[in-house]
Design a protein around this ligand. Structure first.
Ligand SMILES: [Cu+2]
Length: 328
């Protein structure tokens, strides 16, 4: 029995579509876990791209394999076969379909990019210095206005507004050859690892001290260039506690490959404990520095029968020497 070509094409089309959809929904092995709320949208975009790519792969490779066998040279055929001079409808189809797919993917990607950058720092990449902070202030104002006006009875809506008005945790990220430095302006903590609380919005203000680096955490699905002389931003919300790699994604010199650290997403209480421990460490460092400058000198002064307190100028010189790293 001979199956009509139209029906055969339809069946093959359905099978290819099903296979593409299956691959797009079952590619967990290709991606690390998603640990930020923005990751879901990126993963949806990735799934659409996988579906399209799988479909195209199957069509192209299938046509190739089919032709390999269906159009083999017959053993008794010594000719060059029928000359083929192109096929206008076919060429229109295989130009128009990819063009539409690329256009759609471009628009979709831009839409995802825009919705991820929800705090409104879009476009600040080029003028972060002048406008980044102003934009943020304007956004904060707008958010406050919404809550002021909002005697919204609807629970879901006021909750949505409430989550938006939670002040994002600010972290300044500094890329340098070959390390990342994280500074928390609220507390003055400086760390070589990025500690974050889960389920609180975060704004990273990223810059570089020497050459261009790029901040990348695959589990957050986020990557942003760190450019000298300019501040770039990433706005996101970590959702899963865990330890994730922070990787430099821009070839920045001989040891670029070693420019790695960790991002640790804590529960709220754990994060507070970390902040406290850092603050204690800072204070005790200062106390040690002070005691080092005073006690032994006072001890010696007493032994030599000198007055208990050295002249002020001496003390400040010594204190300075003890604070500067070259003193040790
Ligand atoms: Cu780097």
């Amino acid at each position: 029995m001979k199956v009509p070509t139209a029906i055969l094409t339809l069946i093959i089309g359905i099978l290819i579509t099903l296979a593409s959809l299956w691959v797009s929904q079952n590619n967990d092995l290709l991606l690390p876990i998603a640990a930020a709320s923005e990751a879901a949208e990126i993963d949806r975009l990735f799934a659409s791209m996988m579906a399209i790519a799988t479909g195209l792969f199957l069509i192209v490779q299938g046509a190739l394999l089919y032709s390999l066998f269906a159009f083999r040279r017959k053993s008794d055929d010594q000719t060059d076969a029928e000359p083929v001079h192109g096929n206008v409808p076919l060429e229109i189809v295989w130009t128009a379909i990819p063009a539409m797919l690329v256009l759609w993917l471009g628009i979709y990607s831009f839409d995802v990019y825009q919705s991820i950058d929800s705090v409104g720092t879009m476009g600040s990449h080029n003028m972060a210095h002048q406008h980044g902070d102003m934009e943020r202030v304007a956004d904060a104002d707008a958010a406050t206005m919404v809550t002021d006006q909002g005697q919204m009875p609807s629970g879901a809506l006021s909750q949505a507004v409430a989550t938006e008005t939670v002040e994002p945790l600010q972290v300044n990220v500094d890329g340098l050859q070959y390390a990342w430095l994280f500074t928390y302006p609220d507390t003055g903590i400086i760390s070589g690892e990025l500690h974050l609380p889960a389920n609180r919005p975060v704004t990273l203000n990223i810059s570089a001290r020497d050459v261009i680096h790029a901040f990348w955490v695959p589990e957050f699905r986020l990557k942003q260039d760190a450019v000298p002389g300019q501040v770039t931003h990433l706005n996101f919300q970590p959702t899963k506690e865990g330890v994730y790699p922070v990787i430099c994604a821009e070839l920045c010199g001989a040891y670029h490959g070693a420019m790695k650290t960790r991002s640790i997403v804590h529960s709220g209480a754990e994060y507070q404990a970390w902040v406290d421990s850092q603050l204690v460490a800072n204070t005790s460092r200062e106390t040690v520095a002070q005691s080092v400058t005073k006690s032994p000198l006072e001890h010696h002064a007493a032994a030599m029968g000198m007055p208990h307190h050295l002249p002020d100028s001496h003390q400040s010189d010594l204190a300075q020497a003890a604070h500067s790293p070259s003193a040790s």
